[in-house]
Write a protein that binds this ligand. Structure first.
Ligand code: TYM
Length: 331
């Protein structure tokens, strides 16, 4: 029997612009992995509505995000690229898996705790059950690997637990997925508070993929650091500089030792703009290519429509198997 290539699933919420964090933590690896794996890369619009979205913005961002995926180097011929809500099996499987997930497990999710503090006036059932939808995304495609940043590790672990539980009750149904987390860039911190994760919900400390060069430079020059002068990696005592060093190395391919040596004796006044320039140069071709692709709406539409068709062919198989096993009458 021919062995199937390992499969990958990952997604990003179109709840804001793509950020330096999502690029370093996720997309960069997606691009690297596309050669060796069968990959599905999704725009998870159903996740985005767990907090209130402006409808026109959401629609625009979904398509822009696809253009940006392609501009980052993801090839729609090699990968299945699609919009989550175009494949209804995600929501159907999420309902079923929700019946195999404990209230206590969901209550322990750190992202739920953080987000319910941020949106204290709108803690919806969707925000609470969101990790179940994420489990459905992954398990629907029998994904082996899930390339994500550090903040999603807990959700991938929960996905494994749910899959294992289901397999235990009904015999092997789901592949148990593993998180694929990069060594460098798995947790990029905010530029205005290096103790908090860089996040699209805090725009000032956040670099967006589509930010113009002058905005990127300004944000880096203003980045919060300690009041020493040495460019040295020390996560405990120098979180700001350590974060900038991580970004610099991830953007240039240099090692930490090389970067420290390059800026020895030069101080932050030289280092901060150098990090800014490295990121400007990293993002410049992506921004330009993405603007070009955005001009071709027909092409983008054909990519997401074909993507949804291909994804759905895989999704119906898993959902059918699940429905049979739990005792639903065949249609
Ligand atoms: P989201 O949209 O918050 O983030 C998208 C991806 O970017 C990573 N990331 C970061 N990595 C490093 N440093 C940062 N500051 C940073 N900020 C974000 C995230 O870890 C993630 O990989 N629930 C997911 C989306 C999702 C998903 C899935 C992912 C839905 N279904 C199935 C994988 C598989 C989320 O909200 O990511």
């Amino acid at each position: 029997m021919e062995e199937r290539r390992k499969r990958i699933f990952s997604g990003i919420q179109p709840s804001g612009e793509l950020t330096l964090g999502s690029y370093m933590g996720a997309i960069r690896n997606w691009v690297a992995l596309q050669e060796e794996y069968d990959c599905l890369y999704c725009i998870v619009d159903e996740h985005a509505i767990t907090v209130r979205q402006d409808p026109a913005q959401l629609r625009r961002r979904c398509v822009a995000q696809l253009a940006q995926y392609i501009a980052c180097g993801l090839d729609p011929e090699k990968n299945i690229m699609f919009i989550q809500s175009h494949v209804p099996q995600h929501a159907e499987l999420a309902w079923i898996l929700g019946c195999y997930t404990q209230f206590g497990e969901l209550s322990r999710m750190t992202q739920f705790k953080a987000k319910s503090q941020q949106h204290a006036d709108n803690i919806t059932a969707g925000l609470f059950t969101y990790p179940v939808l994420m489990a459905a995304d992954i398990l629907l495609y029998q994904a082996d690997l899930v390339p994500v940043g550090e903040d999603q590790r807990q959700h991938v672990e929960l996905t494994r637990d749910i899959a294992q539980r289901f397999n235990g009750v009904y015999s092997d149904t789901f592949v148990l997925p593993e998180a694929f987390i990069p060594k460098l860039g798995a947790r990029i911190m905010s530029l205005d508070d290096p103790t908090a994760k860089m996040s699209k919900s805090v725009p000032e400390g956040c670099i967006n993929l589509m930010d113009p060069p002058e905005v990127i430079m300004r944000k880096f020059k203003r980045a919060v650091t300690d009041c020493e002068t040495a460019v040295k990696y020390d996560r405990e005592n120098k979180p700001g500089i350590s974060n900038l060093l991580t970004i610099y190395c991830a953007a240039t391919g240099k090692t930490l030792a090389e970067a420290e040596a390059a800026f020895a004796g030069q101080g932050y006044g030289v280092f901060k703009p150098a990090v800014g320039e490295a990121v400007v140069e990293l993002f410049r071709p992506i921004r330009e290519e993405s603007e070009r692709i955005m001009g071709d709406k027909a092409y983008l539409e054909s990519v997401y429509k074909t993507g949804a068709q291909r994804a759905q062919q895989l999704a119906v198989r898993t959902l059918g198997k699940v429905q049979r096993k739990i005792g639903f009458v065949a249609r």
